[in-house]
Design a binder for this molecule. Structure first.
Ligand code: SAH
Ligand code: SF4
Ligand code: F3S
Length: 439
């Protein structure tokens, strides 16, 4: 028997890419490739890329540049580029880096085995279609133990919202929901393989409207059915758009105990003028009312969000409105970015805010968000929460995991608790994590 070939995968970008990387590794696993964490021993290196901001996309080219010596020293080493840069730039990648053998978009990676055969014949392979068929139907099923007790499950792909700054509708294509029964099967399979927590994924996950056995299911119905699966104790979902947060989903935070009290609900800006130019389809007031409804359903709900600073023509007054919105909501976690013009998106053509000005605003926003995150951690001290222990902690005898509110928690606990949910009391807060005692 020949030794298995080794595959090294590097993942950039969002959780959907994490999920896709696992599926690609499984597809190549069926072709005799075994995953390695050591790039030096790889026979194939696959970069699963992100195009969301310029920095993310350029990182791929600098990483490819750094692979060049390894590639030159190891004849037969194959290099593939997958994901959203592959979709957006296609053949240009091979033009810029001729050592790249294979370029595959996010919707065609089920065709990797055929592409691989072409590459092994010494050809290059490129596939950035948006095919009719469902890639998930063509992927092999994994029989390996789950990678950990918390898993991602993509339920919806693509986006039809076309926010003026965003590449996702172009790189991932139109919005599509996967059929409910197949997702339940996948969730049951994960639970049987030791998974205790699933995070349902989609660029626009709360727009989920999949085919169910008795008509179309929304996300709330899917969550409630998944909550009935033996062994599956925690459910989360990300990322949501404010306009798709329907009453049923809000109610699920009140009446579905498996649904964790944490919601990532990006708003991008607190200025109605900017929101309109972003084509977000909601106002700051509408968002605040939604947060109120959510907190009425689940008073301890931890909120998280995304913000873009320095969107074209953003004024100091617009920015101040963002700070006001942040102050009104109180976020437990948040991601904020300086606007990055993306080729092919409408906002890239508009008058840009001065870079130094935008950076200065970003720092002010991040100072406020950091203070809020610290306050949320400090407020946990003395309280009880549940923790799903995922792995050994940094100190001997310690385990680490996540609280109900998705905060990192460390506690002294026996290894046997990995993969289990325990009640803990929080004893101290650090800038990014909590320490706790198992009760
Ligand atoms: N589908 C999700 C998020 C997509 S991308 C949603 O609708 O919320 C993740 C975040 O990246 C976005 O929420 C936004 O804050 C940020 N982002 C997207 N495009 C960007 C751009 N051109 N410049 C800076 N940040 C951007
Ligand atoms: Fe991008 Fe807007 Fe779609 Fe989110 S909703 S993926 S920000 S276009
Ligand atoms: Fe990036 Fe594509 Fe995700 S652009 S954020 S990897 S959908």
């Amino acid at each position: 028997m020949t030794a298995p070939k080794k595959l090294f995968v590097k993942t950039y970008g969002c959780q959907m890419n994490v999920y896709d990387s696992e599926r690609m590794a499984e597809a190549l696993g069926a072709e005799g490739y075994e995953e390695t964490q050591d790039m030096a021993e790889a026979d194939m290196i696959l970069l699963n890329t992100c195009h969301i901001r310029e920095k993310a996309a350029e990182k791929v080219y600098s990483d490819l540049g750094r692979l060049k010596p390894l590639h030159d020293a190891k004849p037969g080493l194959k290099i593939g580029v997958a994901g959203c840069v592959a979709q957006a730039e296609g053949a240009e990648i091979m033009a810029r880096q001729p050592m790249v053998d294979l370029v595959v978009g996010p919707q065609t990676y089920h065709r990797l085995p055929q592409m691989l055969r072409a590459v092994e014949r010494g050809e290059t392979a490129l596939d950035t279609d948006f095919p009719e068929e469902d890639k998930f139907l063509h992927l092999p099923k994994s029989r390996k133990p789950a990678r950990g007790p918390s898993a991602f499950l993509t339920v919806q792909e693509g986006c039809d919202k076309f926010c003026a700054f965003c590449v996702v509708p172009y790189t991932r294509g139109a919005e599509v929901s996967r059929p409910a029964e197949r997702l339940l099967r996948e969730a049951r399979d994960l639970a049987e393989r030791g998974v205790r927590e699933v995070t349902l994924l989609g660029q626009n996950v709360n727009a989920y409207h999949g085919e169910g056995p008795d008509g179309e299911w929304g996300l709330a119905r899917l969550i409630r059915e998944m909550a009935g699966i033996d062994g599956l104790e925690r459910i989360r979902f990300t990322t949501s758009h404010p306009n798709d947060m329907d009453d049923d989903l809000v109610a699920a935070f009140a009446d579905c105990p498996a649904l964790m009290p944490y919601l990532h609900l990006p708003v991008q800006s607190g200025s109605d003028r900017v929101l309109k130019r972003m084509n977000r389809g909601h106002t700051a007031e509408g968002y605040l009312r939604l947060v109120e409804r959510l907190r009425a359903a689940r008073p301890d709900l931890a909120m998280s969000g995304d913000f873009i600073v320095g969107f074209p023509e953003e004024t100091e007054a617009d920015f101040q409105a963002t700070l006001d919105l942040v102050a009104a909501v109180g976020y437990a976690a948040a991601y904020s970015f300086r606007y990055s013009p993306r080729p092919g998106t409408p906002a890239a053509e508009r008058a840009q805010v001065d870079a130094a000005e935008a950076d200065e605003r970003l720092q002010r926003l991040q100072a406020l968000l950091t203070a809020q995150q610290r306050a949320a951690l400090d407020a946990m001290v003395g309280r009880e929460t549940s923790v799903l222990f995922e792995k050994p902690g940094r100190m001997p005898g310690q385990l680490s995991g996540k609280s109900d509110y998705l905060q990192a928690v460390h506690a002294d606990a026996p290894e046997a608790l990995i993969g289990r949910i325990a009640r803990v009391r929080v004893v101290a807060a650090a800038p990014n994590s909590l320490s706790a005692q198992v009760i």
